[in-house]
Design a protein. Structure first.
Length: 292
């Protein structure tokens, strides 16, 4: 009934695998747990424990192929039609996560997203920006997600029909960071009935502030690339919509200049214990304008 698919790279996947395995057994359903390691260069003592779990396959790839390709391999290897993808750095918020998910699956189910959560207590200073952004912009309530059913999808954890996923994912042919935006757009173009439910997972693998800023820049690079390739429209992402509404009033030039002159100062401010998301938005818009 359920194929649980976990790609991992340089992350201790055992806590998640062990918990989700226990929940699946408790739910009393036919399931399999496939864990593909994308050629990690860090070994964990618990890796061997994965091989002792029943209905589990743990495979380490000989070369790093990237997130999109490893997900495709996992989906192709799955034997059930319901695919539950979970990133290695996620963890169910509740101990009945699998049971709740199973209750929502029926003959018409094609895609389910249960939401994402972040711990209430702030992390150390070097990871505050990622944590604050996640809690404000990604950890959305069910009510808010329903208003934007496609844009509010975070692909760290979701359930998809096997054929749908294989069809959509193989179109993400570029090995770039930030391809989630194309994934969600393709779901929208295919008029997929996205079922939003209240069944979140925690996102534990928070990047350091400087890494998150860099990844945010890469995501902007990718979205502009996708627009240039006519794979997504130029009014799909929030930055593009903002630019079209406000950029013509000289704001784009101001953002570009401030990014050039004050970029390093803004980065320093974003590394504080309480970084401003408004400043982060302005920094990203300045970057967007400087490369557009």
């Amino acid at each position: 009934m359920l194929s649980i698919l976990i790609p991992t790279y340089n992350y201790n996947v055992f806590p998640l695998a062990n918990e989700i395995h226990k929940q699946a057994l408790k739910a009393g359903i036919p399931f399999e747990l496939l864990i593909f390691d994308d050629s990690s260069n860090i070994a964990f003592e618990t890796d061997e424990l994965l091989k002792n779990l029943v209905q589990v396959r743990y495979i380490k790839l000989t070369e790093n192929i990237g997130r999109t390709a490893i997900r495709q391999k996992l989906a192709e290897a799955a034997k059930y039609n319901n695919l539950l993808f979970m990133d290695a750095d996620t963890f169910p918020k509740n101990n009945d996560f699998v049971s709740k998910l199973i209750q929502k699956i029926n003959s018409n189910t094609v895609f389910i997203f249960g939401g994402i959560a972040f711990q209430e207590n702030p992390p150390k200073k070097t990871k505050c920006l990622r944590w604050k952004y996640g809690r404000s912009r990604e950890g959305l309530s069910l009510e808010k997600r329903l208003k934007k059913p496609y844009k509010s999808i975070i692909s760290t954890c979701f359930l998809s029909n096997k054929q749908l996923f294989l069809t959509i994912n193989k179109q993400l042919q570029y090995k770039r960071y930030g391809m989630d935006i194309l994934f969600s757009y393709l779901l929208k173009q295919a008029d997929v009935a996205v079922q939003h439910i209240e069944n979140p997972v925690y996102h534990f693998g928070l990047e350091a502030n400087d890494v998150f800023i860099k990844k945010s820049e890469e995501a902007i690079d990718t979205s502009l690339f996708l627009i240039a390739e006519k794979l997504i429209p130029n009014n799909y992402k929030t930055l593009d919509i903002f630019h079209q509404k406000k950029g013509k009033f000289g704001l784009a030039l101001l953002a570009k200049i401030s990014h050039f002159i004050l970029g390093n100062i803004m980065i320093k401010a974003l590394n504080s214990k309480n970084p401003s998301l408004h400043l982060f938005d302005w920094y990203r818009y300045g970057y967007y304008c400087s490369i557009k």
